[in-house]
Design a protein around this ligand. Structure first.
Ligand code: SF4
Length: 1022
């Protein structure tokens, strides 16, 4: 635990005296209308010539747009329906549940039965529904002729393809190559083998810019084969992360976060303890009991040290071979790290079979192999760790695959290249000029959702169907097969990957549905003979019993490590030898979600940065390099360099700098940037500046995830970044009175020992005179009395709830410049507080929606009664009464009200942008300019639940009405319900001794309260 108990919100606040008002005050920014360019960005959807009813290529016939003369059974207009489907990302699938209004998917949640979702969903899953209706999506086939891209009809493409691919079949596919992303889909695998049977001499390459081949390779080192690892975090008493964002970036992170939260219940005496060693602050690091900022290059020696110590202490089984020799690493001499490791090793040693050691995806295979070994040494296998059979692929790593394809092209062996859902011109490492390679291939065909960088360099383009538009299947991380069912006919005539393979190989089954049914025949059964089998699988969204079988392979000894320069170095930074980490962006992933305004504007969980990537540097490294926040610097590694802005962030390891991939797109769309090369397909696209810098340019054979040897050259130039760091701070009076005094009242925490001694510790954080009321008390509510509880002990800061709220409530994005002014519109924000040393900080995440105060200060100042108290205790907003005085926002101590300075939806009236309106939730008003808005506890869901209960002549059940944020939360940190029901979950939580209100001394009596954070530090570490 940190010695320094002071909380702070930003480095600026940490460095300044509490009396100085460094944070941005509300409403002090000028009120200018958005520029044309800004408008394009916040509307995120300029220029789409789509008339919905007559969209070219749409599979719905115009004559179908007629009223039903006979109502289809079970379809009631205006009543939403829910369907299961699945989404694949980087070769792993997550099961989802989609809400659909009159054939229009509008909201995504997790499939409760899916092993990797358990009903939760992340920010990216939530945001894919916006991507579905993105007018920037490719809207048809096209071809490149004489340097210009021309629209083409599907028939034209089919005529070309029939002739071209039948000729290729005649030559057994010689000269044909396919480049596809990684996929776990049984149907894709089936189509791939059929493809290879038809084109036996064709080559197939798999390239995924974000992939974890190291885990696979580590498994081969450890077991001689690939296994899948399943972790039972709910059973683990000690969790050790070796640069692994266990709760945030694994395919099964949603389920792991839920299991982790189950093991963090101080009331039941169940409190795991986590130790996290990582180079940058992650979701897992943010909730760690002990976190140490350590360069990624040091993790290998750290793992070896743990093996050496634990193997000797616990007596590793002889079959595991000799442990790693203790490395002579300088960084291990650091007294603080040494003390932490000594205590952690003792902690692990006394709890055999009750811990988990996890290596991060970026770590080399040896570290993964050692993690397998450490779990065996700690007797975790069979209790907290299980292995399942994996797919033993002999595929090369993605980097090797792309390099091999590049060489094949260079050698003139590829005459036709089919690229399926991959954008290598943008994502290829800087030492592969894939655009130049493509230019050498006589026939190139690219299937993509957007007319992206690779499409611009290809002769033919096939529009790809969105996953919500096509049939498919995918495996979860445990191997369970999920069915991906379409929720809507393809808006732009897109085809799925399997349909394209079927079309080009003249497969006997052209439809995606038939292909999926054929490939799943062995597991689902003969659906033609018994359609109920198929209906059940589609209804459930998965095929039960398809998880991989347990694997009990024996571990092999791991050879002693050899260390490269830097892996045994000290903790201090060396200016010309910085470690550079390139990682997928937590929001935009590899860049495929870059054109999604919800994600682009979502504050990053660790940095609070929106609309940009930046070079993340620790405060001490920044000082050493002479760089400051927002300074533009030249980042160099070997021959490549990039100009990037600097963001100085707490918790970044000394001597390690980090840059996220996924930005700097040149053909993404109107949100993320688009430079027109060779003319646009449809003529009306505007050029848009790129957002952020393209970090792929720095990737190379030497640097894939991280490498040593980077340097940073400062400049005098500045770059403006839009962070939400110091915006909307609670209660400016707090600044005057003293932040140091105020913040421990806002975020209350104790150690487990303190909590056990004083379960009511939260009551002692604030002492105030008796709270007197101006109103007649007590206020009685006859019916429902809604309330919410948010458990700080469970919130990882993942921000899934923020995007869920945005999707549910038709909340607009406003663009970078407006975010800079503090005018972002999200109704829910995640306040993030640091404590202690900025190099090794502790973190608290606090979601802050409208508190629905009993004595609401907003209601008392509204001159027109636009905000008023409902008979169920909600602070209602009557939008058409609001005249925009903003008195309510000024009077809100929590700063949760958001004002529409402009009509952010105005351009949606234009025909070309109308498709975006399909994402709107019809149950929620779309607000206009000059209107104040804020969290409503999803009042539309409350009403819907009450109507349903009334129709069924019963009372509402506890848990029947849930808010959007609650639904998405992987850790179930948010609980909503009726406070008048003493048996409700929310009532139970409100009576928990950890329950407290924000700013309770103001006597506004918020309905949303918090459960205080309890950390479980190792007592040996004080
Ligand atoms: S409350 Fe929100 S930010 Fe916190 S874990 Fe849940 S979804 Fe993520």
């Amino acid at each position: 635990m940190n010695e320094d108990k002071r909380y702070w919100r930003s480095l600026a606040e940490h460095a300044t005296s509490p009396q100085q008002d460094e944070v941005q005050p509300e409403f002090e920014t000028p009120l200018e209308p958005p520029t044309q360019e800004e408008r394009r960005h916040f509307l995120k959807l300029t220029a789409a010539s789509v008339a919905l009813a007559g969209a070219a290529g749409c599979r719905w016939q115009e004559d179908h747009l007629l009223p039903h003369t006979q109502q289809p059974e079970g379809v009631v207009p205006g009543i939403p329906r829910y369907f299961m489907t699945a989404m694949e990302l980087g070769g792993a699938g997550v099961g989802l549940r989609v809400k659909s209004y009159d054939g229009r998917p509008i909201k995504i949640d997790g499939n409760p039965a899916h092993p990797d979702s358990l009903g939760a969903s992340g920010a990216r899953h939530q945001a894919t529904v916006l991507g579905l209706y993105d007018p920037d999506r490719s809207r048809g086939f096209s071809s490149l002729a004489e340097g210009r891209r021309q629209p083409a009809s599907e028939t034209e493409f089919r005529v070309f393809a029939r002739e071209h691919f039948s000729a290729l079949r005649g030559q057994k596919g010689r000269g044909l190559a396919v480049l596809a992303g990684e996929s776990s889909s049984p149907s894709v695998a089936d189509m791939k083998s059929r493809w290879q049977a038809r084109f036996p001499e064709a080559r197939w390459f798999e390239y995924e810019p974000v992939s974890s081949p190291n885990e696979r390779l580590g498994s081969k080192l450890a077991f001689g084969k690939v296994v899948r690892t399943r972790l039972a975090l709910d059973k683990a008493k000690v969790i050790v992360s070796l640069d692994a964002d266990i709760l945030g970036s694994r395919p099964d992170s949603l389920a792991l976060a839920r299991a982790w939260a189950k093991g963090r219940q101080p009331e039941s005496g169940k409190m795991s303890r986590s130790y996290v060693f990582e180079s940058s602050l992650s979701e897992t690091g943010a909730v760690a009991d002990h976190r140490f900022s350590l360069r990624a290059e040091h993790i290998k020696a750290l793992a070896a040290y743990l093996d050496s110590e634990l193997s000797h202490r616990l007596g590793a089984p002889a079959a595991l071979g000799a442990p790693q020799p203790a490395p002579a690493a300088k960084f291990l001499e650091d007294p603080a790290l040494r003390k932490l490791l000594t205590a952690m090793i003792a902690d692990l040693a006394i709890q055999p079979g009750a811990s988990v050691v996890v290596a991060g995806a970026a770590q080399p295979p040896e570290v993964h192999a050692l993690a397998y070994r450490l779990n065996a040494v700690l007797r975790n296998v069979g209790s907290t760790v299980q292995y399942l059979e994996g797919i033993d692929s002999s595929e090369p790593s993605p980097a090797e695959a792309l390099r091999a394809l590049n060489e094949e092209i260079g050698a003139g062996h590829v005459q036709t290249l089919l690229i399926l859902d991959s954008n290598p011109v943008y994502t290829a490492p800087g030492d592969i000029d894939f655009a130049a390679a493509l230019a050498k291939v006589p026939t190139t065909i690219c299937a993509s959702l957007y007319a992206d960088e690779t499409v611009n360099a290809c002769k033919w383009h096939i529009p790809l169907a969105h996953f919500l538009e096509a049939w498919g299947d995918v495996r979860a991380s445990d191997g369970t097969i999920s069915i991906q069912q379409p929720l809507i006919a393809p808006l732009y005539g897109g085809k799925s990957t399997i349909e394209i393979l079927a079309m080009l190989s003249s497969d006997e089954l052209p439809s995606g549905l038939e292909i999926v049914q054929r490939s799943l025949l062995p597991v689902v059964g003969n659906v033609a003979a018994d359609p109920r089998l198929w209906r059940k699988a589609v209804h459930d969204g998965l095929v039960p019993g398809t998880a991989a079988a347990p694997d009990h392979s024996a571990l092999r000894p791991v050879a002693p490590f050899e260390y490269a320069r830097g892996e045994l170095s000290g903790l201090e930074a060396e200016p010309g030898q910085l470690e550079l980490v390139l990682a997928p962006d937590p929001k935009l992933y590899d860049g495929r979600f870059a054109n999604n305004g919800w994600l682009m504007e979502l504050p990053d969980g660790a940095t609070k940065l929106t609309w940009d990537n930046a070079l993340l540097v620790s405060p001490s490294t920044a000082k050493l390099l002479g760089v400051t926040d927002s300074m533009l610097v030249t980042l160099s590694l070997e021959t490549e360099s990039l100009t990037v802005p600097v963001l100085v962030v707490p918790g970044q390891a000394t001597g390690s700098v980090k840059l996220y991939l996924g930005y700097g797109r040149t053909a993404a769309g109107s949100v993320a940037g688009r430079a027109i090369a060779g003319g646009s397909v449809h003529g009306e696209w505007d050029e848009q500046p790129s957002i952020g810098v393209n970090a792929y340019r720095l990737r190379s054979k030497r640097l894939w995830d991280f490498a040593r040897g980077a340097s940073v050259k400062p400049s005098s130039d500045k770059y403006r970044m839009a962070t939400t760091q110091d915006k909307h701070t609670i209660d400016r009076i707090g600044k005057v009175l003293g932040t140091e005094d105020r913040l421990p009242m806002l975020v209350r925490e104790a150690t487990l020992t303190e909590y056990e001694e004083h379960p009511d510790f939260v009551k002692h954080a604030v002492h105030h005179p008796p709270l007197l009321s101006l109103w007649k008390e007590p206020v009685k509510y006859e019916g429902h009395r809604w309330g919410m509880s948010i458990d700080l002990n469970k919130c990882t800061g993942c921000s899934g709830c923020v995007v869920a709220c945005q999707a549910e409530n038709n909340i607009p994005t406003v663009g970078k410049d407006r975010v800079y002014m503090g005018r972002e519109m999200q109704w829910l924000r995640i306040d993030r507080y640091f404590k202690g040393d900025p190099e090794q900080p502790e973190v608290v995440n606090q979601p802050v929606p409208c508190m629905q105060c009993e004595h609401a200060p907003c209601e008392q100042v509204c001159p027109v009664g636009a905000t008023s108290h409902s008979h169920e205790g909600l602070n209602d907003m009557t939008y058409n009464r609001c005249i925009g005085t903003r008195y309510c926002s000024n009077n809100c101590p929590y700063k949760v009200r958001k004002f529409n300075y402009f009509n952010f939806h105005e351009d949606l009236k234009e025909e070309k942008n109308q498709v975006q309106q399909m994402v709107y939730n019809p149950e929620v008003t779309v607000r206009f300019r000059g209107v104040m808005e804020k969290c409503t506890y999803c009042v539309q869901r409350i009403q819907e639940g009450k109507f349903r209960a009334s129709r069924e002549n019963r009372t509402l059940r506890d848990g029947e009405v849930t808010t959007a944020c609650q639904d998405s939360c992987p850790t179930q940190a948010i609980v909503f319900g009726d406070l008048n029901d003493p048996k409700s979950e929310v009532s139970r939580l409100k009576s928990n001794s950890r329950d407290y209100s924000l700013l309770e001394e103001l006597n506004v009596r918020p309905r949303t309260t918090y459960l205080a954070l309890v950390r479980n530090p190792n007592p040996e570490l004080g």
